[in-house]
Design a protein around this ligand. Structure first.
Ligand code: HEM
Length: 597
């Protein structure tokens, strides 16, 4: 097996390999041509300043032209067309790369990619960056092929693995083929039940979170709900996954007007141990996103300092004792002949019964903590944002919650199922703000073909080993799929018979949890957790108002956005993506408590 972790640690060395490939090959060819030519010798200055740089451009342009011809031939052989190409204005399409990287800093999540599709009237494009193909798609049919019907032709691939290794390591998110199958079969049985104990865990942490919220709200204090939800979901996930009480909700929260801008959201001025763990988690994810945008140049920016090392040392330092304790407990239980009760055990107990490899265990926890914490926190954050900005939806939802659960009865599996408007609100938030707004795959060693996504449409040729980016945030906002109100928050669309019929006919227009064999394992848990929390929240609070004045400086959407069409012109928080969607600087809001609740 290829040891990614060992190789990842040599990322500086890989820079030499890349440099040799990009620069040395054309320069050596130029040197050979000079030596063989009968022309008089040229000066060193001419060679280094003119001939070698020109040879690099000529070599790569020629190679690209030859590959384009080869792809055209292959495409014709397979009865397909090449995907429309996007060229930058600078050599090697470097301006596109700068645009993508700057977008990470300055723009609205992944929305900025839309202009390329609109300008060309296409839903799948092939960006030419550093003389390489980078396919980006918002096409439901092509995404279906990548994730589901053509699953075996696509993988996460070595590029993604290189970049994600520092965070995800040997965990389920970062593996393909048999190793991924092993991870999936090891973890899936744990997620395949609707366990009563899950509701107990969710209920317990919801109560703590709402007590904190009630206390602050009784003094009309603004709260960064994104931070609150990150604490709630990590406390619930830690108990559900490894039986540990993190009690992060008991630690000091960021204060309105006194917090600073953290790597993603807001940050308490004096971070405690838990704060450092969470900030480290966030920092590592932001770094990982930067690497995606700057690849392969991130190696240069981290030549003297591995940007992932420190934050991940903090994260792993936090988790290693947890893993060790689980292994010790398992060994002790085995000695006493105690059997594991699969219905009541935590994921970690379940995993240690299957492997004692500490790296696998630690990395799996990191993977599932990120999966379980940040995604659900993003869902809750953007649902609250949408409810605060749509009081009529808030009122309607509250009426349903009070009608089904009364003013204080905790929701159950059955009552959650009965609250159809609640499900519609959650789905609508997932549609407009999918917690995983952008994702990546790679075509395998053989070329593939995207079948026509519309009757009579073209099949598209996908060259072997090409990166493919798909963008659920843009797919979910396509007007031709969702109607003219695609950008509006309208939960009713999930209850309208005709519109639901359209979705049932083509479920690939909505993929917040992915699709196919790698579909999210925690989908049911996430729906349960978010629905439970929202129902309890609406029992206890009668209104939500955004409190932008409480946010740290630099968090609010830039003034220039006001002139932009669509959601960008009306957004009151700044959606950004670092693998997972978040509100820059947090989402600050005030809650009106119900008397006596
Ligand atoms: C709103 C909440 C959630 C959303 C939107 C979400 C979304 C996703 C997406 C898009 C993927 C596919 C990633 C990829 O293959 O590139 C995924 C995978 C996964 N999710 Fe979730 N997720 C959520 C909550 C959870 C929770 C709560 C857990 C567990 C506690 C979880 C566990 C997983 C796991 C283990 C995978 C990996 C599946 C595989 O590679 O085979 N997720 N999720």
């Amino acid at each position: 097996m290829f040891h990614y972790e060992r190789n990842y640690n040599r990322y500086r060395l890989s820079l030499v390999v890349i440099a040799l490939k990009v620069f040395a090959v054309p320069c050596l060819l130029a040197q050979a041509a000079l030596s063989l030519s009968l022309a008089p010798p040229v000066s060193s200055a001419l060679k280094w300043l003119v001939i070698f740089p020109v040879s690099i451009i000529v070599y790569w342009t020629t190679r690209n032209t030859l590959w384009t011809l080869r792809d055209k031939r292959n495409a014709a052989r397979l009865g397909a067309q090449p995907i429309p190409k996007v060229y930058g204005r600078w050599i090697g399409g470097l301006d596109l790369m700068v645009y993508f990287a700057r977008g990470q800093e300055e723009n609205y999540g992944t929305l900025e990619f839309r202009k390329f599709f609109e300008e060309r009237g296409a839903t799948t494009l092939n960006f030419q960056i550093m003389w390489h193909d980078l396919i980006m798609t918002i096409d439901d049919g092509h995404i279906k092929h990548v994730l589901s019907t053509g699953f075996s032709h696509f993988e996460k691939g070595p590029r993604g693995r290189w970049i994600m290794e520092g965070v995800f390591g040997n965990g389920i998110f970062n593996r393909d083929g048999d190793v991924w199958k092993m991870h999936r079969s090891m973890t899936r049985p744990f997620f395949s039940r609707d366990r009563i104990s899950d509701y107990v865990t969710i209920g317990k942490h919801t109560d703590v979170a709402l007590r904190v919220l009630s206390k602050l709200s009784s003094r009309s204090k603004a709260v960064d709900v994104q931070d609150l939800f990150a604490r709630f979901t990590i406390d619930a996930a830690a108990e559900f996954l490894f039986g540990t009480q993190l009690n992060s909700l008991h630690a000091p929260l960021p204060e309105p007007g006194r917090s600073k801008l953290g790597p993603k959201g807001s940050q308490a001025v004096d971070a405690d141990d838990f704060g450092s763990f969470v900030q480290a988690f966030d920092e590592a994810q932001v770094k990982m996103t930067e690497r995606f945008h700057l690849d392969p140049f991130w190696r240069l920016t981290e030549l003297f300092k591995d940007g992932m090392k420190e934050p991940m040392a903090t994260v792993r330092g936090y988790l290693e004792p947890v893993v060790q304790r689980a292994l010790d407990d398992h060994a002790a239980a085995k000695r006493k002949g105690v059997q594991l009760d699969q219905d009541e055990c935590t994921l970690l107990q379940y995993l240690v019964a299957n492997t004692d490899d500490k790296t696998v265990l630690r990395d799996e926890l990191v993977n599932i903590l990120i999966a379980g914490r940040d995604t659900t926190a993003a869902l809750l954050t953007f649902t609250v944002y949408l409810l605060a900005t749509h009081p009529e939806v808030f009122r309607h939802l509250r009426e349903e919650v009070l009608a089904v659960c009364g003013p204080d009865m905790p929701p159950t599996y059955e009552t959650i199922r009965d609250m159809k408007y609640l499900r519609a609100v959650v789905n609508e938030a997932l549609r407009l703000f999918p917690p995983v707004p952008i994702n990546q795959r790679m075509c395998g060693a053989e070329p593939a073909v995207f079948p026509p996504s519309k009757p009579g449409g073209p099949s598209y040729y996908v060259p072997a080993e090409t990166d493919i980016i798909y963008v659920p945030l843009l797919l979910h906002r396509r007007k031709d799929l969702w109607g003219d109100d695609a950008e509006e928050f309208n939960p009713q669309r999930w209850l309208d018979e005709d519109r639901v019929k359209k979705f049932v006919q083509n479920p690939m227009i909505f993929v917040p949890f992915n699709a196919g064999p790698r579909i999210c394992l925690g989908q049911q848990f996430a729906y349960n957790e978010a629905s439970y929390f929202l129902a309890r929240l609406l029992q206890k609070f009668s209104a939500i108002d955004l409190a932008p004045e409480a946010a740290p400086q630099g968090s609010l959407p830039p003034k220039e956005w006001k002139n932009e069409p669509g959601r960008k012109g009306v957004e009151k928080c700044w959606p950004k993506a670092a693998i997972i969607l978040f509100a820059k600087g947090g989402l600050w809001a005030r809650f009106t408590p119900v008397e006596g609740a």
